[in-house]
Ligand binder design. Structure first.
Ligand SMILES: C[S@@+](CC[C@H](N)C(=O)[O-])C[C@H]1O[C@@H](n2cnc3c(N)ncnc32)[C@H](O)[C@@H]1O
Length: 285
């Protein structure tokens, strides 16, 4: 169920209240700043908001420099025998190992075709269904969750899907180190962990620093499709994407769910809990 417009306005108010000035009809919020130096002239409350939404560059006890957002907690999760077998038997065909070097996507898929990145596919049921619906496109699907990786390999083998490649790694590092600029035609991030508690918001994927790393990977004309069942995160997503002038929203705010996206497992769970669903589809200019 979508939220009525009047309710959205109330929920947006706290974020809009932090912003100063609208440019070209867009509200520029603190989190939309491109340069850290831009923060220097901001009032303290804005600097705090920016800092809370920024990557965590804390230094661990060993003194090594820690890279940005850690958007997941590795759950143990039970890998079934069938999931493990699907990995063992199919990884050479479907799996891509992490490397600290650019990935040749055409070689990985064995063809030239539009390439879509999916971050956080969970159990992979929606990923497999989308790949089945769009056989002319290739999907690089990344998650850290072992049973999900096994499940997606199993679905691919069962359904004879050849247009997915699976990675089990932190997508932030993959984006940083393996994807060439202008190599993607689309990006799917469906129901990323909402990190409900305020002190955990810094773990959310959809924040300006990560989106700034993601967007150069998209071709001009490529799209970003996000979905969430957490209203306050939907508002944040809209604010963050609106902060990038190279992106144009395909809708006034939230988009109708595109035909290619089936209900995901996490979405179904959210609906059972009475949550709404918000899709956002932006195109790179
Ligand atoms: C809430 S679940 C949603 C899964 C699926 N998209 C769905 O809608 O059912 C979020 C998923 O993102 C994955 N994830 C979170 N951060 C990630 C990262 N940095 N790299 C790869 N996967 C990540 C988690 O392991 C989890 O499977």
């Amino acid at each position: 169920m979508r939220i009525p417009a009047d309710k959205r306005l109330i929920l947006k108010a706290p974020i809009i209240a932090q912003s100063r000035g609208a440019v070209g009809g867009r509200v520029q919020v603190a989190c939309g700043l491109k340069h850290a130096s831009d923060a220097g002239n901001m009032p303290l409350f804005q600097r705090k908001a920016l800092s809370a939404m920024s990557d965590d560059h804390s230094t661990p006890a060993d003194g090594s420099a820690r890279r940005g957002i850690k958007s997941f907690v590795l759950r143990q999760g039970h890998m079934t025998a069938a999931q493990q077998r699907a990995i063992d038997e199919n990884w050479p065909r479907f799996g891509v190992d992490y490397q600290n070097a650019p990935l040749d996507l055409a070689a990985a898929f064995g063809r030239e075709a539009p390439k879509i990145l999916e971050i956080g596919f969970g159990m992979g049921t929606a990923t497999a269904e989308i790949a089945r619906r769009l056989p002319e496109k290739d999907f690089l699907a990344i998650d850290v969750h072992g049973p999900g990786v096994g499940n997606l390999c199993k679905l691919m083998a069962e359904q004879g899907l050849a247009n997915i490649r699976v990675m089990r790694h932190d997508a932030v590092e993959v984006v940083e180190n393996m994807l060439a600029d202008g190599s993607l035609d689309g990006i799917h991030i469906f129901f990323p962990d909402p990190w409900h508690k305020k002190r955990h918001h810094k773990r959310r994927l959809i924040q300006p620093p990560f989106v700034a790393k993601l967007l150069p990977k998209l071709k001009s004309g490529g799209y970003v499709h996000l979905a969430t069942d957490w209203e306050e995160y939907a508002v944040q997503m809209l604010e963050v994407l609106n902060g990038f002038p190279e992106l144009a929203n395909t809708a006034a705010d939230y988009a109708p769910t595109p035909d290619y996206r089936p209900e995901t497992k996490f979405e179904a769970r959210g609906k059972r809990l009475g949550h709404g669903v918000w899709d956002l589809v932006f195109v790179k200019l």
